[in-house]
Structures are given as C-alpha cells and as structure tokens.
Design a protein around this ligand. Sequence first.
Ligand code: FAD
Length: 400
Amino acid sequence: MANSEDCDVLVIGGGPAGSTISTLLAREGRKVVLLEKDHHPRFHIGESLLPGNVALFDQLGVRDEVARIGMPKFGIEFVPPNGDARSYVDFAEGWDPKLDSAWQVRRSELDEVLFRHAGKSGALAIEGAQVRSVAFDDTGADVTAQMADGSQRHWRARFVVDASGRDTFLSKKLGTKQKNADHNSTALFGHFRNARRLPGKREGNISICWFDHGWFWFIPLADGTTSVGAVCWAYYLKARDKPLKDYFFDTIALCPELHDRLQGAELVDDAVHATGNFSYSSTQATGDKYLLIGDAFAFIDPMFSSGVFLAMQGGFDGAQHVATALDRPEALRAAREALEQRMRAGPRDYSWFIYRATNPTIRDMFMHPKNVFKVKQGLMSLLAADLHHGPAFRRSLFMF
Ligand code: FAD
C-alpha cells in the first residue's frame, strides 16, 4: 500500500492486554506499533485486581507505580441480601500464601501507566488512532487507522494483535464471535463519596453482595471514593419503568446491608452508568498472522475480577506466541494449538465457578466456602488467579 510504514507487530487497542504485549515485544527489539483510538487517561470500568496481577506488574517493571495509585486488597467479602451470615475469605488461604494481596485501581490511572510504559519500552504508542481496516495476505497485513484529525495512516505489519477489548475488532470482521446466550446481563454503576467501608485491614477488600436479580460489587478506591455496581439479569432490566438513577437506588434497596453502607454517601457527579455485559468468546484466538487477546478474545461475567488478569496474562502468553510466529514459522502450528487451549483454560475455570455462584440452589455452597476436600483453598487459589494450580482446583471440586 502506498505511504505505508513497516512494522513487525501492529497492536490494536491500548488497554491492559495491548499495552502488556507491546511492552514485552518492544523489549525484544521488535518494531511494535500500538494504536489506541482514545486518549489516556480515559474512563474504563473494571477496578478490582487479583493477586496474580502483582507478579505480572513486577515482570513489566510497573509494580511501584501501581502500588502508588492502588488501594490494597487482601480478600473478598460475600454478603447475602439481608447482610447476615457474611463470609470473609482472605487470598492467603489459597494454595500459594504468597499470593495474598492485590489492589483496587481507577482504570484511567492503571491503563495510562501501562500504555506509557509500553512507549517507554520502545513501542510506538499512538493515541487518537482508530483502526478501521485490516487486510491479511500470505506475508502479513495492511492496516489503516483513522487519526483524531480525520487523516488516515497506513501500516504494513508482519503480524497483528487484536487487543481492542469488547469492540472485538477482528472476531467481528472474521465472523468468529459467539455470544453465550445463557449469560446476558447489564451492569449499572456509580461512584460514591463517604460510603461506609469495612474496618481495619479489610477496608480495601471487595464485597460481593447478591440479590434475587443479580449481584453487586463494592470496591473501595484509594482516593476515598467507592465504586458500586449492580450486574443485573436481563429480565430485571427489561422491567425497568423509571429513570436509570432511580432504578439503581431501588436496586440498592434490595440489599439492606449495602443500602446501609451508602446511607449518607454522595453519588459522584450524580451519575449512574449502564453497560451491556454479554459473555462471548471467539471460536479461534489465533491465525497464521494474527492473535486475539483479552476481551477481544473472550469476556465473562466480572464477578471475580478476572478480566484485567486474563488480559495481561494473554499479553505474556501472546508475546511468546508472536515470537514463534515471526522467528520459527515451522513451529507455529503446534504453538497455535497450545495457545488455543491455554487461552480457553482461564475463562473456563472462572466461568465454572461463576455459574455455581449465581445459581440460587447451590450458591450458598460457594459463597460460604468451607475447606472440606480443600474446596475453600481451591476457590481462593482461583480467585487469587493462581492458575498454575488449576488442575488441583478442579480435582478438589470434582470430589465435592
Ligand atoms: P480494554 O481494557 O477494553 O482495552 C481495549 C482498548 O482498545 C480500549 O482502550 C479501546 O479504546 C481500544 N480500541 C477499541 N477498538 C479500537 C480500534 N479499532 N482501534 C484502536 N483502539 C481500539 N475486570 C477486572 O479485572 N476487575 C473488575 O473488577 C472488573 N469489573 C468489570 C465490570 C464490568 C461491568 C465490566 C463490563 C467489566 C469488568 N472487568 C473487570 C473486565 C475488564 O474491564 C476487562 O476484562 C479488561 O479491561 C480487558 O482488558 P483489554 O485490554 O482486553 O480491553
């Protein structure tokens, strides 16, 4: 294509997945172009991280920066609607006690840290650049992006990584996106000042409060505000007969404990937001010249805060895969098969648990985990993102 610039890898989307893989590939000396349609800092929902993220921040070299913006988090509180019989579980109760903490973050801040870090690591990280077309051939792809000033820029890339999040740029283009019809929900959320938090070391822990039509998150942030969101099943939202804000507060009233914690709290900017929450995945994560990571590949219910971890882990696994595709094409077929399996394992394990935790007949067993047959240990390991123990986790649950 005329006027096109050459690169080894073009990454679509500068969220956690795209910035992570760009950093790792640029560090290897590869010519990486990272295109983000928005400008950082930009709002994004998804503020609770897992202990498994910490090691990834370490390897990227951003742990101290994340610690500066984060609220320390050591576990989870499960709260039934009436607030009785709450249970607290600490990450340290999992198989690997070193995976004992994480942070709650404002995503505008975290995502900017990761994106700027990719730039500092040698990637050409460009904001205000929306990828509009990708045309593959035997040796790579022609990519066109629309720039913020209305102009177009073209690249010739040997390999393309789709990290476009829930825009799912490539799986829509390739027709590989499959919605999970069994999981259809909408999230309503807002930020509050002066919400009552847990005392002491538990102040930063996430609370998950369930009710008949879905579940709530309560995520304390470092600046004193608290993110509160309701993931509601589709039929409940369809019945909405009043403005979003009123409906949100009516929904909060269905959880007296949560309602109580928000007495006297102030809704920041008087704003309630809504976002659709379909679970989906692509039938394939890899092609000869491309790879899908993070939400561009799969999205599951955010109940256990696994999204950013899976996105960044996809960046780490993906970087190795791209190296194989570029340097050892004879090994690509086997690498693709292995990565396809690995990419599906994380969403599958979390979905297994989410299905049970949202099923009213067996929910209590999972929301009040006891360590019979090491079930609690297994669950806490999964919730800490200790996927290395995945097989052990499944074994313990099959004994259940
Ligand atoms: P994103 O973070 O979405 O980044 C994709 C980027 O690509 C965006 O910046 C976008 O602007 C850019 N982009 C899109 N299209 C283009 C294009 N054509 N050209 C250029 N750029 C493009 N996860 C957690 O870990 N913890 C939580 O508590 C949590 N809560 C959640 C609550 C809700 C209601 C939802 C919906 C999700 C939640 N998640 C949570 C999930 C989490 O937000 C995502 O899994 C995570 O952001 C995925 O990262 P990503 O890099 O794949 O995608």
